[in-house]
Design a protein around this ligand. Structure first.
Ligand SMILES: OC[C@H]1O[C@H](O[C@H]2O[C@H](CO)[C@@H](O)[C@H](O)[C@H]2O)[C@H](O)[C@@H](O)[C@@H]1O
Length: 615
């Protein structure tokens, strides 16, 4: 059986990330960037698609394959896994040191704890998402007389394995067998380098470990959250930081592609890009917990990515602002538990999703209220001009149907949430201009737009008979994105239409107390709606929406219920505090890309609200 999604832990260097399974296998790693081709793609196939297993050699012959215990070392991204075997106990530290103009390195340090344990490292790099078996040889680039380094080369990539342990080859795999005694350490490092470049320096594992621990200790010390769920919030913040591409400030939605929203299904998407929606929401969570620098960097990223062509805002970009994200399939990969196709790129990049204007303008507003902008005057940093361009465009397009927050692949519609977010864009613009002391026709223009959108949404997106907002104009279906109405200030929490919508969502969209995004047409237990979303099959309950419900319950004065739901959601995190995009209630498993920023952001926001110190 494939490794469960919840059996993975994340390590990363803020340019890319790896997933490490409980059995000591690194099954996912793209190099050198989050969206580069994977060198280990076993996650979406088998060992033959690339992996690096490091575990006691006795696994299968007396020792359990999964580590008996694992955790992150304090508030860090250094993973610590321990195995108990008939020979003794052994610990493996896995980490990727934050990069500073150096080669990306995956560091694995084996520590003897009790007895003498024999370990086996089995390294199978497969470049180009598991397709290419590299040429592997032992080399001596430093002229020591002993070829101690192992290099794997194919096309543009080279990987360098360094270890003091003896290595040998067989079955297209590089092995190392060695024994550790208590207190003894054996390090293995894997560095990536463009294949035309000379050998990278041999990494000093102990120094890299110390530097990585120092980095995370300093970073986490900046957190201002002091509420009751500190551990969950801190792990979420560390995860968001790990998903931030440090050179540019772009934030990926998740480090994986094609982890299925339904096991065996086709809803498999590439999330290794920066969605304006997800990143804008991330900025809010970071600001509310004291992380101003990351928020500033993302705003700079936004200005660079969007400024060239603000009229043609894309809903997502590459981590450096790239616009070409063409979607394609990788037919040689069988997919996670057979969930095909495996896709790279994302066709949603070409969609119209009007809500993005609201999320971006709201993020700019938040950044300003947090005084990230250097001076008090409009135009100081380019964001004012950007905002005005976005607003001009929105003014002429907010009446258009779109694909909406859920990126449906069916026909465009007048999604109520999209219009609500268009209102948010107009509202924050009015607030901004008012704060700047504007008056007269410019302010009047945006006020008029704000009021017109509000009236239209309340007239066409609200079902008075059932006292609930609806998914799209004139439809009877519900949509969990409507839970955001009080959170973005479209209506005050005390408005009876808010409580009515919350109740309707609970009644019609909940499964085991958790929230589905919208009713799906397919399947007997899929809600029975006729909506469809252009895709066959179903999906799990959506974790972001479930956190939004907990958040809303606090807003409308039902804090105890909100807390209960929130605590249940925390139970869905895996043993190291990570969440995927969705939860399969029937199988009791995490599904979808992992770990997912869009789940960890509303976790933080709900914790702030429910703990009483919400912004
Ligand atoms: O369900 C269909 C769509 O699913 C993906 O989009 C989802 O993930 C995005 C990133 O977190 C999020 O912003 C969006 O709201 C979600 O619906 C996928 O990327 C799309 O291509 C797909 O159509």
């Amino acid at each position: 059986m494939a490794t469960l999604i919840e059996d993975y832990a994340l390590i990363g260097d803020m340019q890319t990330a790896a997933l490490v399974a409980r059995d000591g296998s690194v099954d996912w790693l793209c190099l050198p960037r989050f969206d580069s081709p994977a060198v280990f793609a076993g996650l979406l196939g088998g060992d033959e698609h690339g992996c690096w297993r490091l575990a006691p050699a006795a696994v299968g012959a007396g020792a359990a394959s999964a580590a008996a215990r694992r955790r992150y070392r304090g508030d860090s991204l250094v993973l610590e896994s321990e195995w108990d075997t008939p020979e003794g106990t052994v610990r493996v530290l896995d980490l990727m040191p934050p990069r500073q103009d150096a080669a990306p390195v995956l560091v694995r340090i084996v520590e003897g704890v009790r007895g003498r344990v024999t370990m086996r490292s089995a390294l199978r790099p497969r470049f180009s998402y598991g397709r290419v078996v590299p040429w592997v040889r032992r080399v001596d680039p430093d002229g020591t007389g002993t070829p101690r380094r192992t290099v794997a080369v194919a096309g543009p990539d080279s990987l360098w394995l360094d270890t003091d342990a003896e290595t040998y080859g067989g079955d297209l795999t590089t092995y190392a067998d060695f024994t550790v005694a208590p207190g003894q350490r054996v390090a293995l490092t894997l560095s990536w380098q463009p294949s035309h470049r000379p050998a990278p320096p041999r990494p000093d594992a102990a120094r890299l470990l110390a530097g990585t621990e120092r980095f995370w200790a300093e970073w986490t010390a900046r957190c201002r959250y002091t509420g009751p769920w500190r551990q969950a919030v801190m792990r979420s913040l560390i995860t968001l930081k790990a998903l931030t591409y440090a050179p540019t400030g772009g934030i990926v939605a998740a480090p994986t592609t094609s982890l299925p929203e339904e096991i065996g299904g086709v809803r498999n998407w590439d999330y290794r890009y920066t969605w304006l929606r997800d990143a804008a929401m991330t900025l809010g969570a970071l600001l509310r917990t004291g992380y101003r620098e990351e928020a500033r960097e993302w705003r700079e990223w936004l200005l660079r990515a969007v400024a060239g062509d603000a009229q043609n805002l894309q809903i997502m970009y590459g981590v450096a602002g790239e616009r070409e994200l063409a979607e394609s399939e990788l037919p040689w990969l069988p997919g996670y538990e057979g969930s095909r196709p495996v896709r790279i790129g994302n066709g949603a990049a070409a969609q119209l999703q009007l809500d993005v204007y609201g999320e971006v303008v709201d993020a700019l507003w938040l950044a300003r209220t947090a005084r990230l902008t250097p001076g008090p005057k409009a135009g100081d940093d380019g964001t004012h001009i950007l905002q005005m361009k976005l607003m001009n465009h929105l003014e002429s397009h907010w009446r258009d149907p779109d694909e909406g927050i859920w990126e449906v692949r069916g026909p465009r519609r007048h999604f109520t949430h999209s219009k609500v977010m268009a209102w948010v864009a107009a509202d924050r613009t009015v607030r901004r201009l008012t704060a700047l002391g504007s008056s007269g026709p410019v302010l009047a223009r945006w006020r008029a737009l704000r009021d017109e959108i509000h009236q239209e949404v309340c007239a066409k997106g609200y079902d008075a008979d059932r006292n609930t907002f609806t998914r799209s104009y004139g439809s009877r279906e519900l949509d969990a994105s409507l839970l955001l109405i009080p959170q973005v200030g479209f209506l005050p929490p005390g408005d009876p239409r808010v409580a009515g919508t919350v109740e309707a969502v609970r009644r019609e969209l909940c499964e085991d107390g958790f929230v589905r995004r919208y009713p799906l047409a397919d399947g007997p237990d899929r809600g029975g709606g006729a909506s469809g979303d252009g895709l066959p099959g179903g999906e799990g309950v959506f974790l972001a929406c479930s956190f939004w419900l907990a958040h809303d319950l606090a807003l409308i004065g039902r804090r105890a219920e909100g807390r209960r739901l929130f605590e249940r959601l925390l139970e869905l995190r895996n043993d190291v505090g990570l969440l995927a995009e969705e939860w399969d209630t029937r199988r009791g498993r995490l599904v979808g890309n992992f770990p997912q920023a869009f789940s960890h952001v509303p976790l933080i926001d709900a914790a702030l609200r429910l703990g009483g110190d919400g912004a």
